[in-house]
Ligand binder design. Sequence first.
Ligand code: NAD
Ligand code: DAU
Length: 361
Amino acid sequence: MKKTIIVTGGAGFIGANFVLEWLKLGLGTVVNLDKLTYAGNLENLVSVRHNPQHIFVHGDIGDQALLTSLLQEHQPTAIVNFAAESHVDRSIHGPEDFIQTNVVGTFHLLEAVRAYWADLIEEDRQDFRFLHVSTDEVYGSLAKDDPAFTETHSYAPNSPYSASKAASDHLVRAYHHTYGLPTLTTNCSNNYGPHHFPEKLIPLVIHNALAGKDLPIYGTGQQIRDWLYVTDHCAAIRRVLEAGQIGEVYNVGGWNEMPNIEVVKTLCKMLDVKKPRADGKSYADQIAFVEDRLGHDQRYAIDASKIAKQLGWKPKETFESGIEKTVNWYLENQDWVSNVTSGEYRHWVQKQYAERGEELA
Ligand code: NAD
Ligand code: DAU
């Protein structure tokens, strides 16, 4: 029998990709709870608008009464928690929303789920899973030659965003340890791909390049991130849900470390071929080095051998194949980009980059 799951934050970047794939694979009904912040966008879900197996609910993970009634009504076998404030720069400008959603919201979600799970019959209690989607940023920053983060690396979050995610990871851990809630946690590296909101490096650079604007590189551009194509992350989550050991943590990454400047130059080269500038020059001419991010983490790298060895997951896409799909998606979905870059987006870009001496709005 196909099962019902509740996904939180399923109108955002990774959540929407996860929901679309879940439905495409015919894995069952998804109740999608999303607050629709600036980052949540129903346009991401337009292709499943009439699918009876997708039930969208506009609401907050911090609303325990709503969660209690959704759990009673839909009797899910799993919760996948994507809902979060996710942008580091926004957390530097205004940390409060991050504490509210990522910490307090996760707490209320856990409380509602704990009560629901406790009342299930034994067989359903055994089958139930709470999967918390987290980030490699909780481990802090690595020096150039340090080994990549394993699941036992100590937590050392450096931004209000990563501190709030670390707090939520600790709550999830505690609900397993104390109450026996069958939790799973994934800590993933930087995702990229379709439906990525253009405040993050890759979609921002594609958007600005095509709009003839500067491509802002913080500091020297030598900071390193480990990039993973979003559908590979979704496949890892499905695999952990299916076969992960209760209470365990799984690191997910692309084995693909790159300095930011290299990512941006790759994008420029690809756009030079696919959508040449009218003046024949390279998009790389638009690169602008700007003031660095406060407390900028130098390097993230994920050791994804546990999930590979124990669950047989590894990424399908290389950076070359994934970035090409991503650029193609943005070129083919300029309406999506125009819609999400109106209103609040302009206000954010103005505030964020004006401080760095850039006029990008
Ligand atoms: P996103 O910002 O694109 O989407 C977040 C979604 O959560 C939005 O749809 C938003 O409306 C919703 N939301 C926010 N607050 C909510 C609340 N209180 N109640 C219900 N819904 C709420 O984020 P993303 O990049 O898709 O990331 C999803 C998750 O994956 C986050 O938990 C993030 O920490 C984690 N993660 C992201 C990355 C990455 O590279 N993007 C990597 C590793 C882990
Ligand atoms: O590592 C996983 C994390 O990756 C997720 O948990 C976060 O939700 C996600 O936002 C992402 O965080 P980053 O801070 O690494 O991503 P971002 O795209 O904001 O930045 C990537 C790198 O590029 C980082 O070193 C900062 C730099 N950067 C970013 C922007 C927006 C620039 O140089 N210029 C920019 O304009």
